[in-house]
Design a protein around this ligand. Sequence first.
Ligand SMILES: *Cc1c(COP(=O)(O)O)cnc(C)c1O
Length: 390
Amino acid sequence: MPLWTLHCSACDYAQPGDQPAGVCPACGQPLLAQYDAVAVDARAPHWSLWRYAPVLPLAAGETPVTLGEGMTPLADAPSLARQVGVRRLWIKDEGRNPTASFKARGMSAAVTRARALGAAGLVVPTAGNAGAAIAAYAAAAGLPVKVFAPRTTPPAILMTIAALGADLQLIDGHIGDAGKLATAFANESGWMNVSTLREPYRVEGMKTMGYEVVEQLDGRVPDAIVYPTGGGEGTIGIWKALGEMRDWGWLRSDVRMPRMIVAQSSGCAPIVRAFAAGADRAEPWENPVTYAAGLRVPGPLGDRLLLRVLRESAGDAVAVPDDVTRDATRALSTATGIDAAPEGGCALAVVDRMVREGRLSRDAEVVVFNTGSGASYRRESSDLAAEARG
Ligand SMILES: *Cc1c(COP(=O)(O)O)cnc(C)c1O
């Protein structure tokens, strides 16, 4: 018996959790899983995100497809807190996951469900890290996988995808273009499309970041959570987790929920633009350009959900240019020893800007997500020339 049901995020559609699921068949918006209340002491004896199995889509007697994802460090970074001028700042280092990004979390959950439902194969469009993660989890599950990725994806990530045995197809264009090809391929082959929010389970894996932060802070929540946002699964997942914990009494009843802060690149900032305009949908961004590949998502399917998270959490959305991100990535790495991804640097730069503009209190305690690893983005000796001093 499944312990969850699937509900449309936009209309009244609902279905049982044990049936195949994509987007809402009535309105095309993402489906989200809902569980009965679960007690805090029901955590499972896994040293991975499956520690939270009672609140994840895992039926009784099933084993998850896992590579030890999750349980990443939350590093207290007092020198960065001083640099940007907030009371306290932590870095949640998602670069420590299998294939070096938080995408591992979502794929562990999605591939677990795909295998349980008897999928013949998997297909995904990616800006990079999702492709590496699905390649790893498909290999672990013994399933074939097809990955569509832009030619401009960082080469180290493309090499990882290929090394893990995925069928990699490079395309001209961005992840939106890759998404169209993936949909066509899924329709033709019958393989399962595990694109962002096109099935309900990746976001379930992502939400464990929220559970972990609360557990790592001894049941407290920070004042703000800053997430470098592309498709929106990280941000949506963390907010979903906090809501579940509050509803189930895992948080103190007088808790003030954190502000969710969306960090984007000025070269691709559809959510920042829509939030500033007070819109509840985002118009696709024309000509998306940023070297932070995970942020190059011009038309996310989760736009409504993201804008709702920002409204519900009294959050904010801020973009910074790539040169500011580059400096912040270096500052993050050299101040903490974490080999930060540009997306993590972007999130730190957004904190800095918000404090200077008075949009974030100097008294705030902030969690900044470093969503990947700098190693994935290094190209060749040209990068060394740029980074080496002297
Ligand atoms: C995918 C990705 C993002 C964006 O995450 P979403 O959940 O799509 O918003 C940020 N950083 C990195 C390193 C990524 O791979």
